[in-house]
Design a protein around this ligand. Structure first.
Ligand code: HEC
Length: 400
Protein backbone atom coordinates (compact mmCIF):
# COMPACT_ATOMS: atom_id res chain seq x y z
CA UNK A 1 0.00 0.00 0.00
CA UNK A 2 2.78 2.36 0.95
CA UNK A 3 4.44 1.70 -2.39
CA UNK A 4 1.26 2.47 -4.27
CA UNK A 5 0.73 5.82 -2.54
CA UNK A 6 4.23 7.02 -3.23
CA UNK A 7 3.92 5.95 -6.87
CA UNK A 8 0.70 7.96 -7.15
CA UNK A 9 2.33 10.94 -5.49
CA UNK A 10 5.27 10.79 -7.86
CA UNK A 11 2.94 10.78 -10.84
CA UNK A 12 0.93 13.73 -9.59
CA UNK A 13 3.95 15.87 -8.78
CA UNK A 14 5.43 15.20 -12.20
CA UNK A 15 2.20 16.07 -13.97
CA UNK A 16 2.25 19.59 -12.57
CA UNK A 17 6.00 20.08 -12.71
CA UNK A 18 6.51 19.30 -16.39
CA UNK A 19 3.79 21.59 -17.58
CA UNK A 20 4.87 25.05 -16.42
CA UNK A 21 7.00 27.20 -18.70
CA UNK A 22 10.24 28.40 -17.14
CA UNK A 23 11.35 31.94 -16.34
CA UNK A 24 12.63 34.20 -19.13
CA UNK A 25 16.08 35.81 -18.98
CA UNK A 26 16.33 39.44 -20.05
CA UNK A 27 19.84 40.05 -21.42
CA UNK A 28 21.57 43.33 -20.64
CA UNK A 29 22.63 45.13 -23.83
CA UNK A 30 24.50 48.33 -24.67
CA UNK A 31 22.52 49.36 -27.72
CA UNK A 32 19.79 51.96 -27.84
CA UNK A 33 16.35 50.48 -27.20
CA UNK A 34 14.17 53.49 -27.98
CA UNK A 35 12.75 52.20 -31.25
CA UNK A 36 13.21 48.48 -31.42
CA UNK A 37 11.60 46.37 -34.12
CA UNK A 38 11.85 42.70 -35.09
CA UNK A 39 14.84 43.16 -37.42
CA UNK A 40 16.90 44.95 -34.78
CA UNK A 41 20.39 43.41 -34.63
CA UNK A 42 20.45 43.19 -30.85
CA UNK A 43 17.87 40.37 -30.90
CA UNK A 44 20.70 38.13 -32.13
CA UNK A 45 22.21 38.22 -28.66
CA UNK A 46 18.87 37.66 -26.91
CA UNK A 47 17.79 34.38 -25.40
CA UNK A 48 14.46 33.06 -26.67
CA UNK A 49 12.31 30.98 -24.33
CA UNK A 50 9.09 29.12 -25.00
CA UNK A 51 5.88 30.35 -23.43
CA UNK A 52 2.47 28.71 -23.77
CA UNK A 53 -0.63 30.78 -24.43
CA UNK A 54 -3.93 29.22 -23.38
CA UNK A 55 -7.36 29.96 -24.81
CA UNK A 56 -9.14 32.21 -22.34
CA UNK A 57 -12.36 30.39 -21.62
CA UNK A 58 -13.47 32.37 -18.56
CA UNK A 59 -16.72 33.61 -20.05
CA UNK A 60 -19.07 32.54 -22.80
CA UNK A 61 -19.42 35.23 -25.47
CA UNK A 62 -22.73 36.58 -26.73
CA UNK A 63 -21.64 35.48 -30.21
CA UNK A 64 -22.68 32.02 -31.28
CA UNK A 65 -20.39 31.84 -34.29
CA UNK A 66 -17.34 32.92 -32.29
CA UNK A 67 -18.18 30.43 -29.54
CA UNK A 68 -18.47 27.60 -32.06
CA UNK A 69 -15.23 28.51 -33.81
CA UNK A 70 -13.35 28.63 -30.52
CA UNK A 71 -15.03 25.73 -28.73
CA UNK A 72 -12.05 23.37 -28.78
CA UNK A 73 -9.09 25.67 -29.12
CA UNK A 74 -5.71 24.20 -28.39
CA UNK A 75 -2.94 26.15 -26.73
CA UNK A 76 -0.28 28.03 -28.71
CA UNK A 77 3.47 27.90 -28.22
CA UNK A 78 5.33 31.18 -28.71
CA UNK A 79 8.97 32.22 -28.46
CA UNK A 80 9.73 35.19 -26.26
CA UNK A 81 12.92 37.15 -25.62
CA UNK A 82 13.71 40.19 -23.51
CA UNK A 83 16.60 42.67 -23.54
CA UNK A 84 17.24 45.75 -21.43
CA UNK A 85 19.66 48.64 -20.95
CA UNK A 86 19.90 51.34 -18.26
CA UNK A 87 16.58 52.97 -19.11
CA UNK A 88 14.53 50.67 -21.36
CA UNK A 89 13.33 47.11 -21.61
CA UNK A 90 12.24 45.42 -24.83
CA UNK A 91 10.35 42.23 -25.63
CA UNK A 92 9.90 40.19 -28.75
CA UNK A 93 7.22 37.54 -29.19
CA UNK A 94 7.00 35.19 -32.18
CA UNK A 95 3.91 33.06 -32.59
CA UNK A 96 2.47 30.88 -35.36
CA UNK A 97 -0.70 31.95 -37.19
CA UNK A 98 -1.62 30.45 -40.56
CA UNK A 99 -3.79 33.40 -41.61
CA UNK A 100 -2.99 37.10 -41.55
CA UNK A 101 -5.92 39.21 -40.27
CA UNK A 102 -5.42 42.96 -40.35
CA UNK A 103 -7.19 45.68 -38.39
CA UNK A 104 -9.30 47.89 -40.71
CA UNK A 105 -8.69 51.37 -39.31
CA UNK A 106 -10.88 51.92 -36.29
CA UNK A 107 -13.63 49.56 -37.46
CA UNK A 108 -15.00 47.40 -34.70
CA UNK A 109 -16.68 44.74 -36.86
CA UNK A 110 -13.50 43.30 -38.32
CA UNK A 111 -11.11 41.31 -36.24
CA UNK A 112 -7.39 41.31 -36.45
CA UNK A 113 -4.38 39.46 -35.17
CA UNK A 114 -2.42 41.21 -32.49
CA UNK A 115 -0.56 40.85 -29.25
CA UNK A 116 -0.31 42.45 -25.84
CA UNK A 117 2.35 42.60 -23.17
CA UNK A 118 1.17 43.15 -19.64
CA UNK A 119 2.94 44.40 -16.50
CA UNK A 120 1.89 44.53 -12.86
CA UNK A 121 1.71 47.87 -11.09
CA UNK A 122 2.87 46.19 -7.90
CA UNK A 123 4.46 42.78 -7.51
CA UNK A 124 6.10 42.98 -4.10
CA UNK A 125 3.87 40.13 -2.97
CA UNK A 126 3.92 37.31 -5.55
CA UNK A 127 0.82 35.84 -3.92
CA UNK A 128 -1.23 38.92 -4.76
CA UNK A 129 -0.57 39.71 -8.40
CA UNK A 130 -3.27 41.54 -10.39
CA UNK A 131 -6.03 39.63 -12.12
CA UNK A 132 -4.65 38.51 -15.46
CA UNK A 133 -5.83 40.50 -18.47
CA UNK A 134 -7.30 43.57 -16.84
CA UNK A 135 -6.08 43.96 -13.28
CA UNK A 136 -8.35 44.16 -10.28
CA UNK A 137 -9.34 46.56 -7.50
CA UNK A 138 -6.16 47.87 -5.91
CA UNK A 139 -3.99 45.77 -8.27
CA UNK A 140 -3.41 47.78 -11.43
CA UNK A 141 -1.83 46.57 -14.65
CA UNK A 142 -0.37 48.28 -17.69
CA UNK A 143 -1.13 46.68 -21.03
CA UNK A 144 0.57 47.47 -24.33
CA UNK A 145 -1.51 46.36 -27.30
CA UNK A 146 -0.48 46.15 -30.92
CA UNK A 147 -2.34 44.91 -33.96
CA UNK A 148 -1.40 44.99 -37.61
CA UNK A 149 -3.46 47.79 -39.13
CA UNK A 150 -4.17 48.96 -42.68
CA UNK A 151 -2.41 52.18 -43.56
CA UNK A 152 -4.61 55.18 -42.85
CA UNK A 153 -4.13 58.82 -43.57
CA UNK A 154 -6.26 61.78 -42.60
CA UNK A 155 -5.17 65.05 -44.23
CA UNK A 156 -5.77 67.25 -41.23
CA UNK A 157 -5.70 64.86 -38.36
CA UNK A 158 -8.77 63.21 -36.93
CA UNK A 159 -11.91 62.79 -39.00
CA UNK A 160 -11.22 65.37 -41.71
CA UNK A 161 -14.15 64.50 -43.99
CA UNK A 162 -14.03 67.73 -45.99
CA UNK A 163 -11.05 66.38 -47.88
CA UNK A 164 -12.74 63.21 -49.03
CA UNK A 165 -13.11 62.90 -52.77
CA UNK A 166 -14.93 60.60 -55.15
CA UNK A 167 -12.40 58.26 -56.68
CA UNK A 168 -14.44 57.81 -59.86
CA UNK A 169 -14.22 61.48 -60.79
CA UNK A 170 -10.67 61.24 -62.02
CA UNK A 171 -11.10 64.24 -64.35
CA UNK A 172 -11.86 66.46 -61.36
CA UNK A 173 -9.81 64.82 -58.66
CA UNK A 174 -7.20 62.76 -60.49
CA UNK A 175 -4.32 64.96 -59.47
CA UNK A 176 -5.58 65.36 -55.92
CA UNK A 177 -5.99 61.63 -55.63
CA UNK A 178 -2.51 60.94 -56.87
CA UNK A 179 -1.14 63.42 -54.34
CA UNK A 180 -3.33 61.99 -51.65
CA UNK A 181 -2.16 58.43 -52.33
CA UNK A 182 1.41 59.60 -52.26
CA UNK A 183 0.78 61.26 -48.93
CA UNK A 184 -0.75 58.08 -47.54
CA UNK A 185 2.32 56.16 -48.57
CA UNK A 186 4.62 58.75 -47.03
CA UNK A 187 2.93 59.47 -43.72
CA UNK A 188 0.28 56.81 -43.35
CA UNK A 189 0.79 54.58 -40.41
CA UNK A 190 0.08 50.88 -40.16
CA UNK A 191 0.42 51.19 -36.46
CA UNK A 192 -2.37 50.50 -34.00
CA UNK A 193 -0.29 50.72 -30.86
CA UNK A 194 -2.26 51.50 -27.71
CA UNK A 195 -1.38 51.41 -24.04
CA UNK A 196 -3.83 51.04 -21.20
CA UNK A 197 -3.98 51.08 -17.45
CA UNK A 198 -6.55 48.83 -15.85
CA UNK A 199 -7.71 48.11 -12.37
CA UNK A 200 -10.46 45.63 -13.08
CA UNK A 201 -13.54 45.21 -15.19
CA UNK A 202 -14.58 48.31 -17.20
CA UNK A 203 -11.65 50.31 -15.83
CA UNK A 204 -9.37 49.96 -18.83
CA UNK A 205 -8.20 53.47 -19.72
CA UNK A 206 -6.02 54.39 -22.65
CA UNK A 207 -2.83 56.26 -21.74
CA UNK A 208 -2.81 59.18 -24.15
CA UNK A 209 -0.51 61.67 -22.48
CA UNK A 210 3.22 61.96 -22.90
CA UNK A 211 3.80 59.56 -20.02
CA UNK A 212 3.44 56.72 -22.51
CA UNK A 213 6.70 56.47 -24.40
CA UNK A 214 6.45 52.87 -25.46
CA UNK A 215 7.16 51.74 -29.00
CA UNK A 216 5.69 48.65 -30.54
CA UNK A 217 5.76 46.97 -33.94
CA UNK A 218 4.33 43.87 -35.55
CA UNK A 219 5.24 41.98 -38.73
CA UNK A 220 3.98 38.86 -40.50
CA UNK A 221 6.44 36.43 -42.08
CA UNK A 222 6.49 32.69 -42.80
CA UNK A 223 3.05 31.96 -41.36
CA UNK A 224 3.77 33.67 -38.10
CA UNK A 225 3.85 37.01 -36.36
CA UNK A 226 6.71 38.84 -34.76
CA UNK A 227 5.80 41.53 -32.28
CA UNK A 228 8.13 43.86 -30.43
CA UNK A 229 7.67 46.32 -27.62
CA UNK A 230 10.14 48.65 -25.99
CA UNK A 231 9.27 50.81 -23.03
CA UNK A 232 10.89 52.60 -20.11
CA UNK A 233 12.06 50.44 -17.23
CA UNK A 234 10.29 52.93 -15.02
CA UNK A 235 7.38 55.29 -15.59
CA UNK A 236 4.53 56.61 -13.49
CA UNK A 237 2.64 53.30 -13.79
CA UNK A 238 5.19 50.53 -13.29
CA UNK A 239 8.71 50.01 -12.04
CA UNK A 240 10.42 47.17 -13.90
CA UNK A 241 13.87 47.96 -12.58
CA UNK A 242 14.17 44.82 -10.42
CA UNK A 243 15.87 41.45 -10.35
CA UNK A 244 12.64 39.70 -11.39
CA UNK A 245 9.41 41.11 -12.83
CA UNK A 246 6.11 39.41 -13.70
CA UNK A 247 5.07 39.76 -17.35
CA UNK A 248 2.14 38.23 -19.23
CA UNK A 249 1.56 37.90 -22.97
CA UNK A 250 -1.64 37.64 -24.97
CA UNK A 251 -2.35 37.07 -28.65
CA UNK A 252 -5.53 37.43 -30.71
CA UNK A 253 -6.53 35.45 -33.78
CA UNK A 254 -8.67 37.67 -36.01
CA UNK A 255 -9.53 34.75 -38.25
CA UNK A 256 -11.35 33.13 -35.35
CA UNK A 257 -13.19 36.37 -34.52
CA UNK A 258 -10.85 36.96 -31.60
CA UNK A 259 -11.28 40.25 -29.72
CA UNK A 260 -11.39 41.51 -26.17
CA UNK A 261 -11.43 38.52 -23.83
CA UNK A 262 -11.53 36.04 -26.70
CA UNK A 263 -7.78 35.55 -26.79
CA UNK A 264 -4.89 33.33 -25.81
CA UNK A 265 -2.81 34.25 -22.82
CA UNK A 266 0.05 33.13 -20.65
CA UNK A 267 0.01 33.10 -16.90
CA UNK A 268 2.20 35.69 -15.16
CA UNK A 269 5.70 34.71 -16.22
CA UNK A 270 8.87 35.68 -14.38
CA UNK A 271 11.42 37.69 -16.36
CA UNK A 272 14.84 37.74 -14.69
CA UNK A 273 16.92 40.80 -15.51
CA UNK A 274 20.39 39.37 -15.96
CA UNK A 275 22.89 40.84 -13.49
CA UNK A 276 20.41 42.64 -11.26
CA UNK A 277 20.43 41.74 -7.58
CA UNK A 278 17.36 41.35 -5.45
CA UNK A 279 14.59 39.11 -4.27
CA UNK A 280 13.86 36.17 -6.55
CA UNK A 281 10.80 34.79 -4.72
CA UNK A 282 8.73 35.51 -7.80
CA UNK A 283 10.52 32.83 -9.80
CA UNK A 284 9.58 30.14 -7.29
CA UNK A 285 6.03 31.47 -6.95
CA UNK A 286 5.44 31.46 -10.71
CA UNK A 287 7.51 28.49 -11.85
CA UNK A 288 8.11 26.30 -8.81
CA UNK A 289 6.50 22.93 -8.24
CA UNK A 290 2.93 22.94 -7.04
CA UNK A 291 2.76 20.73 -3.98
CA UNK A 292 -0.29 18.53 -3.84
CA UNK A 293 -1.89 15.32 -4.99
CA UNK A 294 -3.67 15.84 -8.29
CA UNK A 295 -5.88 12.74 -8.01
CA UNK A 296 -7.03 13.65 -4.50
CA UNK A 297 -7.60 17.21 -5.64
CA UNK A 298 -9.87 16.03 -8.41
CA UNK A 299 -11.85 14.07 -5.82
CA UNK A 300 -12.06 17.09 -3.51
CA UNK A 301 -13.35 19.26 -6.35
CA UNK A 302 -15.99 16.62 -7.11
CA UNK A 303 -16.97 16.40 -3.43
CA UNK A 304 -17.30 20.15 -2.88
CA UNK A 305 -19.89 20.97 -5.50
CA UNK A 306 -17.69 23.07 -7.77
CA UNK A 307 -19.45 21.73 -10.90
CA UNK A 308 -22.68 23.18 -9.51
CA UNK A 309 -21.33 26.55 -10.60
CA UNK A 310 -18.36 25.84 -12.87
CA UNK A 311 -17.56 23.94 -16.01
CA UNK A 312 -14.47 22.26 -14.57
CA UNK A 313 -13.23 19.90 -17.27
CA UNK A 314 -13.97 20.41 -20.96
CA UNK A 315 -16.29 17.39 -20.86
CA UNK A 316 -18.49 19.00 -18.17
CA UNK A 317 -21.56 20.97 -19.22
CA UNK A 318 -21.21 24.74 -19.60
CA UNK A 319 -22.30 26.49 -16.44
CA UNK A 320 -23.10 30.18 -16.27
CA UNK A 321 -23.06 30.34 -12.45
CA UNK A 322 -19.30 30.87 -12.51
CA UNK A 323 -16.35 31.18 -14.89
CA UNK A 324 -15.31 28.13 -16.88
CA UNK A 325 -12.26 26.57 -15.27
CA UNK A 326 -11.22 24.49 -18.29
CA UNK A 327 -8.02 26.51 -18.83
CA UNK A 328 -7.57 28.01 -15.38
CA UNK A 329 -4.35 26.04 -14.84
CA UNK A 330 -2.87 27.60 -17.99
CA UNK A 331 -3.32 31.30 -17.32
CA UNK A 332 -3.51 31.42 -13.52
CA UNK A 333 -0.82 31.05 -10.92
CA UNK A 334 -1.20 28.53 -8.09
CA UNK A 335 -1.43 31.40 -5.60
CA UNK A 336 -4.25 33.02 -7.56
CA UNK A 337 -6.21 29.75 -7.61
CA UNK A 338 -5.72 29.33 -3.87
CA UNK A 339 -6.83 32.89 -3.21
CA UNK A 340 -9.96 32.29 -5.31
CA UNK A 341 -10.88 29.46 -2.95
CA UNK A 342 -10.10 30.99 0.42
CA UNK A 343 -10.97 34.62 -0.29
CA UNK A 344 -13.30 34.75 -3.32
CA UNK A 345 -13.87 38.50 -3.08
CA UNK A 346 -10.16 39.43 -3.06
CA UNK A 347 -10.26 39.36 -6.86
CA UNK A 348 -13.68 39.29 -8.45
CA UNK A 349 -13.74 37.94 -11.97
CA UNK A 350 -15.47 40.34 -14.40
CA UNK A 351 -18.89 38.83 -14.20
CA UNK A 352 -21.21 37.23 -16.59
CA UNK A 353 -23.33 39.74 -18.47
CA UNK A 354 -25.49 40.92 -15.58
CA UNK A 355 -28.07 42.52 -17.83
CA UNK A 356 -28.60 39.44 -19.92
CA UNK A 357 -28.63 36.99 -17.04
CA UNK A 358 -29.25 38.87 -13.82
CA UNK A 359 -30.04 35.63 -12.02
CA UNK A 360 -26.50 34.39 -12.57
CA UNK A 361 -24.67 37.40 -11.13
CA UNK A 362 -21.12 36.50 -10.27
CA UNK A 363 -20.97 39.23 -7.66
CA UNK A 364 -23.12 41.70 -5.78
CA UNK A 365 -22.18 45.23 -4.93
CA UNK A 366 -22.23 45.89 -1.20
CA UNK A 367 -21.20 49.31 0.09
CA UNK A 368 -19.60 50.07 -3.25
CA UNK A 369 -17.47 46.90 -3.16
CA UNK A 370 -17.90 43.83 -5.32
CA UNK A 371 -18.61 40.74 -3.30
CA UNK A 372 -18.25 37.37 -5.01
CA UNK A 373 -21.23 35.01 -5.01
CA UNK A 374 -18.85 32.04 -4.78
CA UNK A 375 -18.84 29.91 -1.65
CA UNK A 376 -15.89 30.63 0.64
CA UNK A 377 -13.76 27.49 1.02
CA UNK A 378 -11.30 28.83 3.58
CA UNK A 379 -12.62 26.30 6.10
CA UNK A 380 -11.17 23.37 4.14
CA UNK A 381 -8.11 21.51 5.48
CA UNK A 382 -4.83 22.80 4.07
CA UNK A 383 -4.12 19.41 2.46
CA UNK A 384 -7.46 19.51 0.62
CA UNK A 385 -6.72 23.02 -0.61
CA UNK A 386 -3.20 22.02 -1.71
CA UNK A 387 -4.59 19.04 -3.60
CA UNK A 388 -7.31 21.10 -5.26
CA UNK A 389 -4.83 23.74 -6.36
CA UNK A 390 -2.53 21.05 -7.79
CA UNK A 391 -5.46 19.55 -9.69
CA UNK A 392 -6.76 22.91 -10.95
CA UNK A 393 -3.26 23.73 -12.21
CA UNK A 394 -3.55 20.73 -14.56
CA UNK A 395 -6.72 22.12 -16.22
CA UNK A 396 -5.56 23.50 -19.53
CA UNK A 397 -5.70 22.82 -23.25
CA UNK A 398 -2.96 20.90 -25.01
CA UNK A 399 -0.67 22.40 -27.63
CA UNK A 400 -1.30 20.90 -31.06
C1 HEC B 1 -22.15 29.12 -5.74
C2 HEC B 1 -21.43 28.98 -6.97
C3 HEC B 1 -19.96 28.59 -6.87
C4 HEC B 1 -19.42 27.46 -6.29
C5 HEC B 1 -20.13 26.33 -5.53
C6 HEC B 1 -18.01 27.52 -6.57
N1 HEC B 1 -17.71 28.64 -7.27
FE1 HEC B 1 -15.87 29.22 -7.93
N2 HEC B 1 -16.63 30.96 -8.62
C7 HEC B 1 -17.97 31.29 -8.61
C8 HEC B 1 -18.13 32.62 -9.16
C9 HEC B 1 -19.45 33.34 -9.34
C10 HEC B 1 -16.85 33.08 -9.50
C11 HEC B 1 -16.51 34.45 -10.14
C12 HEC B 1 -16.46 35.52 -9.10
C13 HEC B 1 -15.16 35.49 -8.32
O1 HEC B 1 -14.14 35.86 -8.87
O2 HEC B 1 -15.18 35.04 -7.17
C14 HEC B 1 -15.93 32.00 -9.16
C15 HEC B 1 -14.53 32.04 -9.35
C16 HEC B 1 -13.70 30.97 -9.20
C17 HEC B 1 -12.32 30.93 -9.59
C18 HEC B 1 -11.57 32.03 -10.33
C19 HEC B 1 -11.84 31.82 -11.82
C20 HEC B 1 -11.11 32.71 -12.78
O3 HEC B 1 -11.37 32.59 -13.99
O4 HEC B 1 -10.28 33.54 -12.40
C21 HEC B 1 -11.85 29.68 -9.26
C22 HEC B 1 -10.44 29.17 -9.50
C23 HEC B 1 -12.92 28.96 -8.66
N3 HEC B 1 -14.04 29.76 -8.65
C24 HEC B 1 -12.83 27.66 -8.21
C25 HEC B 1 -13.85 26.98 -7.55
C26 HEC B 1 -13.71 25.66 -6.99
C27 HEC B 1 -12.46 24.81 -7.09
C28 HEC B 1 -14.90 25.37 -6.38
C29 HEC B 1 -15.23 24.15 -5.56
C30 HEC B 1 -14.34 23.89 -4.44
C31 HEC B 1 -15.79 26.49 -6.61
N4 HEC B 1 -15.12 27.44 -7.31
C32 HEC B 1 -17.09 26.55 -6.19
C33 HEC B 1 -19.01 30.52 -8.16
C34 HEC B 1 -18.88 29.32 -7.48
Amino acid sequence: MKKLTSALLAVSVISSAVAADSAITAIKVNGNLDKVSYNYQVWNTAKFSTVTLYPQTTITFNDKKANEMNANNSAIKAEVAAIYNDSKIAFMIKWPDGTQSIQQGDKTDTYSDGFAVQFAGNYSNPKELPYIGMGSDGRPVVIHLQKESVKTYEPNGNGDVSHQVNRNQTNLFGKDLANFDKEVKRTGSGDYERSFVGEGFRSMTEIKDASNSSYSRIAYENKGWMGTLSRPLKDSYVNLDAAVIPVAFAVWDGDKLGRNGLKYLTAWTAVELQGKKGNKDLVAALHGNVEGDVAKGKEAVANNGCVGCHQVEATDAENLMGPSLTNIGGYSTADYIRESLVNPSAVVVPGYNRNAHSNYAWYNVENGKRVSTMTDFSWLEKADLDNMVAYLKTLKAEVK
